[in-house]
Ligand binder design. Structure first.
Ligand code: UD1
Ligand code: MG
Length: 457
């Protein structure tokens, strides 16, 4: 196998997106398009991945990080000009270079691997990945000669009436002999409707020079969708969503209504977990086996154990153990750590708190900046008073504590192991272990008082 290199084209503004966000950074299933492309390319055995940046260069670099090296295309003079910017990294190297557009987020590693294999087998200097499009508008068309060999690629805007009818399109992914590519790039001209240096022109240049130029067709148009506007972005989202959902279903996850289930591309889910409709699972979320999630739940960057049930709730950047029950209508905010067998009930908000094994916060509570031990019962409506308007303070609730309903725990405060807090208390001082603390006005009953009032005669 020859040395392999990759060039990712990501310098364009994406005018047709009509957006402040640079095109290749638009997310598809929660991940920027160019990140999808680089993640797939990174699965291949590639020595250097060079990403061409221009518009939003710093943001693109910050997104991709060390997975790639970068070359700046200061002015966007076309895709051939863009590839030329990789010369400092690649020009003198021997091997095969794959070029992929940063706006084709559905391209798969397997397809690129097959493209490399075809390219190497045919000893070609250039191989273009093609597909058949129902509606080829906007794509470059593959023009073949009478023997069926690829002659050239014509851009939509430069195509004749006849050429516009061609449905075989250039997907924007190609393999080139690296040396032949950089030699041919110098010969590309910009005498076309857009006044740009087109990378597809390299095909015609090499062909005219008598080199072997081939096409490798994929029968999956969806995979090669190029996103130039929001309509295509929504299509890409749908295709990617279907692909991700199918992957999880084949791996043993039940999706009650896949069309109404949104799972990010980096999410992991164990088998026999059931996902109900209206659920969004995003970021680096990992869910164990035998869980029930949804309906109508949103989980982002959460790690969840096995057999946990989360109904109609939202959880972000948190750890949730096994055999936990959350919801309906609970909110787990970042940096929370909910251990095994915990119950978080309806209308409960947990923020930056640890809740240890077997504890219950069943109804209408706010627990923020707290360390809650094992087997604690927090009664309905009890809250931690963690904020004095300026600073946040810690509430510590040790193992086996019982917090009565509607209590306020004014932090910083510690409730010692096994203590009881009477319902309706406002606790401002530490409670020793095993103590009963009552912090409320004593009840006074005024007998027959009502009869003395004027209003009731
Ligand atoms: C391009 C192809 C077209 C193909 C289609 C597949 C050209 C001339 N046309 O058209 O044949 O069918 O992709 O999706 O190549 N870019 C740069 N620098 C530039 C210009 C573009 O880095 O100077 C980047 C863009 O950021 C984008 C990619 O190259 O990621 C493709 O550019 P785009 O303008 O989307 O080309 P298309 O019109 O889609
Ligand atoms: Mg495009």
């Amino acid at each position: 196998m020859s040395n392999r290199y990759a060039v990712i084209l990501a310098a364009g503004q994406g005018t047709r997106m009509k957006s402040k966000l640079y095109k290749v950074l638009h997310p598809v299933c929660g991940k920027p398009m160019v990140q999808h492309v680089v993640d797939q390319v990174a699965k291949l055995d590639i020595q250097d991945i060079v990403t061409i940046t221009g518009h939003g260069a710093e943001k693109v670099k910050a997104q991709l990080g060390a997975k790639s090296v970068y070359a700046l295309q200061e002015e966007q003079l076309g895709t051939a000009h863009a590839v030329m910017q990789a010369a400092d990294h690649l020009e003198n190297k021997e091997g095969v270079t794959i070029v992929v557009c940063g706006d084709t987020p559905l391209i798969k590693a397997e397809t690129m691997e097959a493209l490399f294999a075809h390219h190497e087998k045919t000893n070609a200097k250039a191989t273009v990945l093609t597909a058949f499009a129902e509606n080829p508008a906007g794509y470059g068309r593959i023009v073949r000669n009478s023997q069926g060999h690829v002659e050239k690629i014509v851009e939509h805007k430069d195509a004749s009436e006849e050429e516009l009818k061609l449905q075989e399109i250039n997907t924007g992914t190609y393999c080139f002999d690296n040396a032949a590519l950089f030699t041919a790039l110098k010969k590309v001209k910009n005498d076309n409707v857009q006044g740009e240096y087109y990378l597809p022109d390299v095909i015609e240049i090499l062909k005219t020079e008598g080199e072997i130029v081939t096409a490798f067709g994929t029968n999956d148009f969806e995979e090669t969708l190029g996103v130039n506007d929001r309509v295509a972005l929504a299509q890409a989202e749908l295709f990617m969503k279907n692909r991700i959902n199918e992957y999880h279903m084949r791996a043993g996850v039940s999706l009650i209504d896949p069309s109404n289930t949104y799972i990010g591309s980096d999410v992991e889910i164990g088998s026999d977990t059931v996902i109900y409709p209206g659920t969004v699972i995003s970021g680096e979320t990992k869910i164990g086996s035998d869980c029930t999630i949804g309906p109508n739940s949103h989980l982002e960057n959460c790690e969840i154990g096995d057999r946990t049930v989360i109904r109609q709730s939202a959880a972000f950047d948190s750890q949730i153990g096994s055999d936990v029950q959350i919801g309906p209508f609970a909110h787990i905010r970042p940096q929370s750590n909910v251990h095994d067998e915990v119950k978080i009930g309806n209308f409960v908000e947990i923020k930056k708190s640890v809740i240890e094994k077997g504890s219950k916060v069943s109804h209408l509570s706010y627990i923020g900046d707290a360390e809650v031990g094992k087997d604690v019962n927090i009664g309905c409506g009890a809250i931690t008073v963690n904020y004095d308007g300026k600073n946040k303070f810690l509430t510590k609730i040790e193992n086996g504590v019982f917090i009565g309903c509607n209590s306020n725990l004014v932090a910083p405060v510690t409730i010692g192991e096994g203590a009881y807090v009477a319902a309706g208390s406002t606790i401002t001082e530490d409670v020793p272990g095993e103590a009963l603390s009552i912090a409320r006005a004593r009840q006074v009953n005024k007998e027959n008082y009502v009869q003395k009032l004027d209003i009731k005669k």
